[in-house]
Design a protein around this ligand. Structure first.
Ligand SMILES: Cc1cc2nc3c(=O)[nH]c(=O)nc-3n(C[C@H](O)[C@H](O)[C@H](O)COP(=O)(O)OP(=O)(O)OC[C@H]3O[C@@H](n4cnc5c(N)ncnc54)[C@H](O)[C@@H]3O)c2cc1C
Length: 447
């Protein structure tokens, strides 16, 4: 079991002195014998108590953005330091396993002002994961006892935070953020622009910060930025993260009568759920006030009828299919239009093929943003003892790509286990977390 980090210790102390935030923490201590340590019981109680969670979330943000702390953390870096680019799920997995394997805390550089990656794109819950909420340890989707969202080494797993069939993004983000508070030194607003050097020393160039020295870089940049960001105007045409920001704010559906979603993947399905009112409940939204009348969904690879939907689409998204039925008068709220579309912004509206919409959400995938010296072509597959490919390694620098950013193809084992049957599984946490954990456990020290 781990000793709480200085950051976790000070978070617990801060919650203890706030009676309104410490109810969950105190209640859970009554069951502390069921946890590996009192600290884990306390953190679980905080995670289950909305007031406690909000306070801890805010304190973590304040810690991570504190400039004097950031300066001293950056000053401490040198050729013996491991630096992780990005602060999402894979940064947390790598940092936790590394520290629990006896190595120093890595330094995490996050370009944004919020730590936690994709799932932390909003502070309030706005979408649900597509991997089922189950208690257990790491394991593949077919294993009924495996926790598909398991974060190796996390002080609190997301499965300890709710009984929901599918957890919210906020639950997963909280697990990631607590893990980073325990096992890493994190600096926000630190965008990496380039990495250069040789096998013994790396120079990391950042936006508006002094150059940093490191001994190894773990590139955990995730899936990248939304494609077609330039088409979005932040008003009537939004990318998926922009739309989720809107859903996390006040009156997110106000004034929206006719809307469109472009794209057919998981993000598009989550956007459609938000418009239908079957995503996590938004703040200050009520069907009587803000119901969206018509949702046109442009995708050339989705079923267009309820029956087809029930047959072809996996369990997580079955609820959407009901809205593809017409009522007795022949009306329906959701229509799948089997074609690709590109919206045009008009003043106060957006246009697709001559139809006008109050809002269009673009969910057509992500693309990698360049970091000098770290293009995909410079990396080969990296194999650990036993033959498993777990990451990509730079051909002449001590840099590794992990998680979906490593773009590892499905293995023979993935195909035999049926994991490769669902294309989206290529980026699923249950497929990639074990690989990153294996890398962290087996790499030698940087010196
Ligand atoms: C909307 C959505 C829903 C998903 N739902 C699920 C799900 O339910 N189940 C599942 O298993 N998987 C899901 N996935 C896939 C899952 O998000 C990824 O496998 C996982 O989150 C990736 O974690 P990561 O740490 O690699 O990257 P991310 O979580 O994307 O984090 C990467 C971080 O790197 C930062 N960064 C990028 N460039 C730089 C730079 N130059 N300098 C510094 N920092 C940088 C980013 O700001 C970001 O914070 C989902 C993905 C998306 C987009």
């Amino acid at each position: 079991m781990f000793e709480p980090s200085a950051q976790i210790t000070s978070l617990l102390a801060a919650v203890t002195v706030r009676p309104s935030a410490s109810e969950g923490m105190r209640a859970m201590l009554q069951r502390q014998s069921e946890f590996p340590s009192p600290v884990v019981a306390q953190l679980t109680g905080i995670a289950l108590d909305p007031n406690g969670r909000e306070v801890v979330d805010q304190l973590m943000d304040a810690d991570w953005s504190d400039e004097s702390r950031q300066d001293s953390v950056l000053d401490d870096s040198g050729p013996d330091r491991e630096v992780i680019i990005g602060s999402g799920f894979h940064a947390a997995v790598y940092a936790a396993v590394r520290v629990l394997s006896g190595y120093p805390r890595p330094l995490v550089l996050e370009r944004g002002d919020r730590v936690g990656g994709t799932f932390a794109m909003t502070t309030r819950p706005t979408f649900r994961l597509n991997s089922r909420n189950r208690a257990g340890n790491a394991g593949p989707a077919g294993d009924q006892r495996a926790d598909l969202n398991y974060l190796p080494g996390a002080p609190v797993q997301a499965s300890a935070m709710s009984m929901a069939e599918y957890q919210t993004n906020a639950d997963m983000a909280f697990a990631i953020r607590l893990t980073l508070a325990q096992f890493a030194d994190v600096v926000t607003n630190a965008e990496v622009l380039s990495v250069s050097g040789d096998r013994s020393e790396l120079e990391i160039e950042m936006d508006s910060r002094p150059t940093l020295l490191a001994g190894r870089v773990i590139d955990a940049r995730g899936l990248g930025d939304p494609i077609d960001q330039d088409v979005a105007n932040g008003d009537t045409i939004l990318t998926f993260p922009q739309f989720m920001q809107r859903m996390a704010g006040m009156w997110p559906l106000r004034g929206l009568r006719r809307v469109a979603v472009v794209g057919g993947g998981d993000s598009a399905k989550c956007a459609v759920e938000s418009f239908l009112g079957i995503a996590p409940q938004p703040l200050m939204a009520a069907a009587a006030l803000d119901q969206v009348d018509q949702i046109d969904w442009y995708s050339d690879d989705l079923p267009t009828t309820c029956n087809q939907w029930q047959q072809d689409i996996r369990g997580r998204y079955q609820a959407i299919g009901r809205y593809l039925r017409t009522d007795r008068l022949g009306a329906r709220r959701l229509s799948v239009l089997n074609r690709r579309a590109r919206p045009v912004a008009l003043p106060g509206a957006a246009l697709i093929d001559g139809r006008s919409y109050d809002l269009v959400v673009l969910c057509i995938g992500n693309q990698e943003k360049t970091i000098g010296g770290l293009s995909l072509a410079s990396f080969d597959e990296y194999t650990i003892l036993g033959g498993a490919v777990v990451a990509r390694e730079h051909y002449n620098l001590p840099v590794f790509r992990v998680g979906p950013h490593a773009k590892l193809p499905f293995s023979r084992q993935d195909r035999e286990d049926g994991i490769a049957d669902i294309a989206e599984n290529s980026v699923a946490m249950f497929r990639t977390s074990g690989k990153t954990a294996a890398l962290a456990a087996t790499l030698r020290t940087t010196l």
